[in-house]
Design a binder for this molecule. Sequence first.
Ligand SMILES: Nc1nc2c(ncn2[C@@H]2O[C@H](COP(=O)(O)OP(=O)(O)OP(=O)(O)O)[C@@H](O)[C@H]2O)c(=O)[nH]1
Ligand SMILES: [Mg+2]
Length: 228
Amino acid sequence: SPHPAPPQPPGRGLARRGLLPQSPRSGAGAAGLVQVTVMLVGDSGVGKTCLLVRFKDGAFLAGSFISTVGIDFRNKVLTVDGVKVKLQIWDTAGQERFRSVTHAYYRDAHALLLLYDVTNKASFDNIQAWLTEIHEYAQRDVVLMLLGNKVDSAQDRVVKREDGEKLAKEYGVPFMETSAKSGLNVELAFTAIAKELKHRSMKLPNEPKFKLHDYVKKEVRGSGCCRS
Ligand SMILES: Nc1nc2c(ncn2[C@@H]2O[C@H](COP(=O)(O)OP(=O)(O)OP(=O)(O)O)[C@@H](O)[C@H]2O)c(=O)[nH]1
Ligand SMILES: [Mg+2]
């Protein structure tokens, strides 16, 4: 393009944030690597740690609830359209007393998974407050997705799927229901984010623009139909 890119304020932009693929190493078919940071947020007990453990290890932490202290992180590499995307996933503490700790991390997150618990109305009602906080502390172009977790607990459900869909639509964020217990849509949530960030960072000239909303709509599975 003959037009120079508009200047970016310091600290903003994918290149400054380490999102540009590393130059391919020599060797046939060596692929670039995209490194991204994903942060899990939402009330204490909604299942952030369990969602991460399900994604990372394919297991469910049943039994006693060990509330996260401060912040924890895990890495996982996904291959998206032939490109390795290294996700560094930050698991934040939902408890109020750690809020000032997590505020400091928003700035460096490329994507946020905002969770509520479909069996806990208060966690759903707090989503607005979380969005306000995200607006205040996160990057303007952060990739955001709303997740209604614990859909395996059909008997205890108090937040309807349509309520989640409606709220997500109001705020223009993609939405899906998940279960760390059954695994429903867990891989999908992280894959969708990895795809979006990979497309943003590589901008291949002949590649059609990736549409996160459409991808999620097409790929999402309902709690009624599937086991995982
Ligand atoms: N049935 C069911 N229980 C879940 C699910 N995910 C988490 N839980 C349970 O909910 C409780 C809280 O899960 P955590 O993942 O520790 O919650 P958290 O959001 O990390 O909480 P904080 O670290 O305090 O912010 C635990 O007892 C889990 O076993 C799920 O998908 N289904
Ligand atoms: Mg936790």
